[in-house]
Write a protein that binds this ligand. Structure first.
Ligand SMILES: [Zn+2]
Length: 269
């Protein structure tokens, strides 16, 4: 399990393990092997390694490569994440998010100065000119499984495969609570009002830096009205007759499975 800690970050060293990225792909020596010992690749002087924490007593760093080192091949982040258990999922998500933050915050957003200094013990960049602190960006999103009797609502976005249905989800707006975001997203995307909104669980989703907060809600009123351009199709599905739903490694798949279990339990009581 990953220990994040608050100690001073070590510099890259030979006994650490490394997660190597190339663009948005992960470099692996063999399938699913994303933790690479120092001696297996040639670190170059321009390489920017970021400390991610301790993993079973070993320091972990993430670094980004300009080209693919010999002996490695690329694997898509999504594909690789879906193969992981929960602890490896968190480690890989964190490494990717920290590296993306480092790459995308090269200059101060307030004064435009280059951001070369990192805080020694936190993932923080402090502008040497205006003192503004820059933290890794985390974007909260809500994702909701909605129940109406023995049915749940599933929707398909314009980009999704024709037979793939999922939950309603969206970004939290500035100044909004999670519960307000739940009610607003459902109203905007499918025109329904819900009640009994309750939190279930969360999952980091590094595409590129969302934190998905999962909820259940109960139908209150309205007819399904898909928002043009956002939702292609949305329907109530009986839990005995579900369409193709997301992988259970995703919070979306987990919410649906858990909701189905709850409904089955209340049906049998
Ligand atoms: Zn600045």
């Amino acid at each position: 399990m990953l220990e994040i800690g608050t100690q001073t970050h070590p510099l890259p060293h030979q006994d650490a393990l490394y997660i190597l990225l190339h663009r948005n792909q992960v470099l692996v020596e063999s399938e699913n092997q994303f933790l690479t010992p120092f001696t297996h690749f040639q670190p170059n002087s321009k390489m920017s390694a970021i400390y991610c924490g301790k993993w079973h007593g070993q320091d972990i760093f993430v670094c980004r490569f300009e080209s693919i080192p010999k002996g490695f091949s690329e694997m898509g982040l999504r594909e690789l994440l879906f193969l992981q258990d929960q602890h490896h999922y968190i480690l890989l998500s964190r490494a990717h998010q920290l590296s993306t933050w480092d790459r995308d915050h090269q200059f101060c957003g307030r004064c435009g100065s280059p951001m070369k200094e990192r805080h020694p013990a936190e993932h923080t960049k402090i502008c040497q000119t205006c003192n503004l602190r820059h933290y890794p960006r985390i974007s909260p999103c809500v994702i909701i499984s909605i129940r109406k009797g023995d049915q749940i609502l599933l929707a398909r976005g314009p980009q999704a495969p024709k037979d793939r249905f999922s939950n309603i989800a969206g970004f939290v707006e500035a100044g909004e609570t999670l519960e307000q975001a739940v009610a607003r997203e459902i109203r905007e995307e499918v025109g329904l009002e819900v009640t009994n909104i309750r939190y279930v669980s969360s999952q980091p989703w590094s595409f590129p830096h969302q934190l998905m907060a999962g909820f259940f809600a109960d139908y209150e009123s309205g007819d399904i009205t898909p928002a043009p351009g956002e939702i292609e199709e949305a329907n109530w599905y009986s839990i005995d007759d579900l369409p193709n739903i997301p992988n259970s490694a995703t919070i979306s798949g987990q919410l649906i499975n858990l909701h189905v279990e709850h409904i089955q339990k209340t049906k049998s009581n």
